[in-house]
Write a protein that binds this ligand. Structure first.
Ligand code: BGC
Length: 371
């Protein structure tokens, strides 16, 4: 039954991805004038943004554009000046994954004054009317999937949230982590997860021993793994020193999960004995290995190749006089306007479908995952 569920989840994700690949305009080079497109990524410290940058360069160059790709190492002034330089260099379009989604208002006004379209890449740019389009995943669904993977690991539901027969009654101790409060997606992930978890907290199936359930209390600035590690250490010291065990941890991102795993390991938790169920996101190599080793239960795979295709297609359509394909015109209000968006489908990954979701799709090789 479990593998059937997995197959249908993966198939659904693949279908969404397939649809996106067809529906989004291809950056096929027709009519391209070889102009410059600026691509601003937040940091090289996470594998996914490197993969995103590489995939965008490949898509855009194949379409005949020149690309200025910059990483800002999570420093806001650096990202602002990188975007300024792209405009000075004559960029005709900008694709930006913001570090802090609220800090680009002024530089985007400069872009608008020169009629340069701006595509928000995976992270919504807030407080500016000068955001043309948004390419991302269904972020609320990502959060729900993170929660469902946690419940699946506890034996309560399948990976789509349907209750399992003979589910244990609990109660289970769970601790909650969220992403960076300056990243709009962090709210979507956390709200999606709490949409699933809150009813179970309310009925006593899940217990948050620390009492920390507000996003402000559980957020992790810049999605930093060490910050998460020390918060987990503090939680363990304050709430679990009497032998009470934490059974599950909601984590929004693989780098945060690795920090949580370090804190748990240092506190004496052992795989196969009492290791908690931990979620994640991004299918980073080390975390997929941790899933195979039983330290992390799940991650959420977001195919950066597909996202790059969508964003590059949007830029090409805008520069070639077309209209970018969108599939959402209601969800992403950036404080000034609702930004027309294209949402891709995320795919939950547990040990059972690492091969089909990540290796068979060519995202990672078996060698890279140590298979
Ligand atoms: C992305 C996630 C990523 C996180 C940390 C978010 O904006 O949507 O995929 O895990 O940033 O880099």
């Amino acid at each position: 039954m479990k593998s059937k569920v997995l197959l249908s989840v993966v198939a659904a994700g693949a279908m969404t991805l397939g649809l996106a690949a067809c529906a989004a305009p291809a950056a096929d080079g027709d009519g391209a004038d070889g102009g410059l497109i600026g691509v601003a990524m937040p940091t090289r410290s996470s594998e996914r943004w490197i993969a995103d940058g590489d995939a965008l360069v490949a898509e855009l160059e194949a379409a005949g554009y020149e690309v200025d790709l910059q990483f800002a190492e999570d420093d806001i002034p650096t990202q602002v000046s990188q975007v300024e330089n792209m405009i000075t260099r004559g960029a005709e379009a900008l694709i930006i994954a913001a570090i802090d989604g609220t800090t680009l208002t002024s530089v985007l006004q400069t872009a608008a004054d020169s009629d340069i379209p701006v595509i928000a890449y995976d992270r919504l740019i807030r407080d500016s009317e000068n955001v043309s389009y948004y390419a991302t995943f269904d972020n609320f669904l990502v959060g729900q999937q993170q929660a469902w993977t946690v419940l699946n690991g506890l034996g309560l539901t399948d990976l789509e949230g349907a209750p399992l027969p003979d589910a244990p009654a609990g109660p289970f101790n769970i601790e909650l982590f969220a992403g960076s409060l300056d990243d709009n997606t962090a709210f979507f992930f956390f709200n999606g997860a709490m949409d699933v978890l809150q009813p179970l907290i309310d009925d006593g199936t899940l217990v948050v021993q620390s009492g920390q359930t507000d996003i402000e209390q559980v957020a992790t600035l810049r999605w930093d793994g060490e910050t998460a590690q020390s918060r987990m250490e503090d939680i363990l010291t304050a709430n679990y020193s009497d032998g009470t065990k934490v059974n599950a941890v909601l984590s929004p991102y693989d780098g945060i999960s690795r920090g949580i795993i370090s804190a748990l390991t240092d506190a004496g938790y052992a795989v196969g004995v009492d290791f908690p169920i931990i979620s994640g996101q991004d299918a980073e190599v080390d975390s997929v290995k941790a899933i195979l080793a039983g330290e992390q239960y799940a991650t959420i795979f977001k195919d950066t190749r597909e996202l790059a295709k969508v964003a590059a297609g949007m830029a090409a359509a805008l520069l070639e006089g077309g209209t970018p394909e969108i599939n959402d015109e209601t969800t992403y209000d950036n404080g000034v306007k609702i930004v027309p968006s294209f949402l891709l489908g995320p795919v939950p990954v547990v040990a059972d479908n690492v091969q089909s979701a990540l290796v068979d799709t060519g995202y990672w090789t078996a060698e890279e995952l140590g298979l």
